[in-house]
Write a new protein. Structure first.
Length: 320
């Protein structure tokens, strides 16, 4: 395995991998290690740095087929990460005419087994779920995390990684006087480092003020990991009777908030800024698709009505 190891050329490897975020780096490294283990299993000895493009393409093709067959059409991301991990180590393979066979079978895999699409979560459903987390699960911090995710178009990893010191409240003299809402710093976002979110809701800003009062700035803001946050979301989904609505996930909060903003006539450019999207084209398609998905959702009217009551009386229902 040593010859095939992703760590064979340590200095060059470290500098090449340093071009991407730690989370992506870890995913690529894991996938490339799986590819190297596959090569060893087949008795193949080669250097990822020195092998020809055609040789790597042939073996990546076989690896993709192996992952597909061994996992009944699942784990496409592992196979995709292996290819892009190799490309990260070999920048000469980045051009789209390189590794044609591996790229083609991955594209075919995507076509035959498209990724699940997460429908947008309606605002009132989100508020009903947040109240379930607050009242039934007795997790007020996580309830605020859900409300914050909606207000700031947060991704799940961004919410889970927030520290107490990442929140700047109104009146903080580091910022212009007159702000009525908090500013939240995201140290490591999907689209870059050191990004900020200016909240829209003074009420949610007030909840954050109570959560951070007197706490160590280095402590986790909500005290939950990504997996724990995802688990709580699914418990709330079940508790609210949404188990029959397919594919609702934490990401549905972000999708729902962005879709709702456009439906409320917020300019697209402002939605892109709030959501920290880089590409306007992909974001526009993503949000417009959300409008169509909202129409097709079958959600209990009582749940929607209760969520609207909670939204209109948020301070009454949430005693943070």
């Amino acid at each position: 395995m040593a010859r095939n190891s992703v760590y064979t050329r340590r200095t060059a490897n470290f500098l090449l991998l340093a071009r991407v975020k730690a989370k992506t780096r870890a995913a690529y490294s894991k996938a490339v290690k799986a590819f190297c283990a596959f090569l060893e299993l087949r008795g193949v000895r080669l250097s990822l740095f020195d092998a020809s493009a055609a040789t790597l393409d042939r073996h990546l093709l076989l690896f993709v087929e192996y992952v597909f067959d061994e996992n009944d059409g699942k784990k496409r991301q592992l196979a995709t990460n292996a290819m892009y991990g190799v490309i990260l180590l070999r920048p000469d393979l980045k051009a789209k005419d390189k590794l044609p066979s591996a790229r083609a079978v991955l594209q075919g895999w995507q076509t035959a087994f498209p990724s699940k699409k997460y429908p947008p979560l309606p605002k009132y459903v989100l508020y009903a779920m947040a109240y379930y987390v607050y009242d039934v699960l007795s997790l007020p911090k996580v309830a605020v995390a859900l409300l914050l995710a909606w207000d700031g178009f947060f991704r799940i990893g961004e919410v889970a990684s927030l520290k107490v010191g990442d929140v700047a409240l109104p009146g903080d003299l580091r910022f212009p006087v007159g702000r009525r809402t908090a500013v939240v710093a995201i140290k490591e976002a999907k689209t870059g480092r050191n990004q900020t979110v200016r909240l829209r809701s003074p009420i949610i800003s007030g909840f954050l003020a109570k959560l951070i009062a007197g706490r160590d700035k280095k402590k986790s803001l909500f005290g939950v990991s990504t997996s724990r946050l995802r688990s709580i979301f699914h418990k709330a989904r079940q508790g609210c009777g949404l188990h029959r609505v397919p594919h609702f996930a934490f990401h549905s909060i972000r999708h729902g908030a962005a879709t709702a903003a456009l439906l409320e006539d917020v300019p697209l450019q402002e939605v892109l800024r709030r959501g920290r999207w880089k590409a306007a084209t992909s974001a526009r398609h993503y949000i417009q698709e959300g409008e169509a998905m909202l129409v097709s959702l079958q959600i209990d009217t009582e749940l929607l009505y209760n969520g609207s009551l909670i939204f209109r009386n948020i301070k009454k229902f949430f005693k943070i």
